[in-house]
Write a protein that binds this ligand. Structure first.
Ligand code: NAD
Ligand code: MG
Ligand code: MG
Ligand code: MG
Ligand code: MG
Ligand code: MG
Length: 341
């Protein structure tokens, strides 16, 4: 294995205990970083916009909440955990004017640095600690004495100690209990975007919708189609996580396994791989980032239209009705807790 992986013994909390940390944003990742670091003995304050709904939640946890500018002023390690599309604006107006030489600027995703929307001044370290899981899992695992693995990367090492600082941060998060893998901003950003677009989110959503459409258009009941193409997906993916595609194929029937071999490549034909390469190329040359940021700057008209089109797909109506009837389903359809990918 070529990847470099760091564990608890490779990281020294002393590197971060001399620091004053500002967590900017208190959403999915923000709350987990703030609480885990605080419980690891790190000096933490939160930076939020005036009137932010997150303010009361952070204060209820006993955290000190300041304006973004004041938090940056006080701190010398600033972790930016506001949504990717607003980071450049927040950085320009409220962070950059308060940065000093010797400060460290941290991220949990490389988007804004990789595509040049944020450029840190000389004398400031730029590093990433990105847990490979949703914020709520990052907090829950830490409280259980475990940790969610993370990615660490250094973009600018002005102090000569940026990696040690990132590892100390990862240790405070509980991530080095599970393992912190070293990467670069470029690799993290491009592979994260590709994974979510081609396979995890984009590819899977389209595959499930087409499967549902083909069955219902052929006259099968939507409730049955929902189970066959959406609900069972989790059971299959759980097996893949446990033991790879090989374990999943071992567990399913021989009928299913044979069907996998002969029909998988018919559905996902070699031209799909060419389409994936085109998606990767748009990520690498900045076409995707530009399109996303321009739409956001215009008030996100394309994003909103695509979201509402997705929400009105018939599979959502069928799913909502069916999930109400699942006695085992403890997860509600209220998904206000923030994103994962
Ligand atoms: P989020 O949407 O859950 O939370 C955003 C927070 O920023 C909220 O507290 C919100 O009040 C605050 N905020 C929004 N606009 C603001 C502004 N203009 N000024 C000040 N505060 C503002 O965000 P998130 O999903 O936790 O994502 C944060 C970062 O973490 C992103 O870079 C994302 O790519 C990365 N990341 C997220 C996850 C995840 O599990 N959601 C996983 C890995 C990496
Ligand atoms: Mg400061
Ligand atoms: Mg079946
Ligand atoms: Mg089998
Ligand atoms: Mg991801
Ligand atoms: Mg992502």
């Amino acid at each position: 294995m070529a990847a470099k992986i760091f564990y608890n013994d490779d990281a020294d909390l002393a590197n971060i205990s001399e620091r004053s940390v500002a967590i900017i944003g208190y959403g999915s990742q923000g709350h987990a970083h703030a609480l885990n670091l605080r419980d690891s003995g790190v000096d933490v304050r939160i930076g939020l916009a005036e009137g932010s709904k997150s303010r009361a939640k952070a204060e209820a946890e006993g955290l000190r909440v300041l304006s973004v500018a004041d938090a940056v002023e006080e701190a010398d390690l600033i972790m930016i955990l506001v949504p990717d599309q607003v980071q450049a604006e927040v950085y320009k107006n409220e962070i950059a004017p308060h940065l000093n030489e010797g400060d460290a600027l941290f991220f949990a995703h490389g988007f804004n640095i990789r595509f040049g929307f944020i450029e840190a001044p000389a004398g400031v370290d730029v590093a990433m600690v990105a847990p490979k899981g949703p914020g709520h899992t990052v907090r829950r695992e830490f409280e259980a004495g475990r940790g969610v693995p993370a990615i660490v990367a250094v973009e600018k090492n002005e102090s000569g100690k940026a990696l040690e600082l990132a590892l100390a941060y990862a240790k405070g998060l509980g991530a080095t209990r599970a393992g912190a893998i070293e990467t670069t901003f470029t690799e993290e950003t491009e592979t994260d975007l590709f994974g979510e677009q081609a396979v995890l989110c984009g590819g899977t959503s389209q595959l499930v919708q087409y499967g549902f459409e083909v069955l219902t258009e052929a006259g099968y009941q939507p409730e049955i189609a929902y189970f066959e193409v959406l609900h069972e997906l989790k059971l299959i993916v759980d097996l893949m996580i446990e033991g790879g595609i090989a374990k999943q194929r071992w567990s399913i029937s021989d009928t299913a396994e044979y069907g996998d071999y002969v029909s998988g490549p018919r559905v996902i034909s070699p031209e799909v791989k060419e389409n994936m390469k085109a998606v990767l190329s748009d990520i690498q040359d900045g076409t995707f980032a530009k399109r996303f940021m321009e739409d956001q700057a215009a008030g996100a008209p394309e994003f909103k239209e695509l979201r509402s089109k997705g929400e009105s797909h018939p599979i959502e109506t069928t799913g909502r009705e069916l999930r109400k009837l699942f006695s085992w389903n403890k997860v509600s359809d209220d998904y206000t807790e923030g994103s994962v990918a």
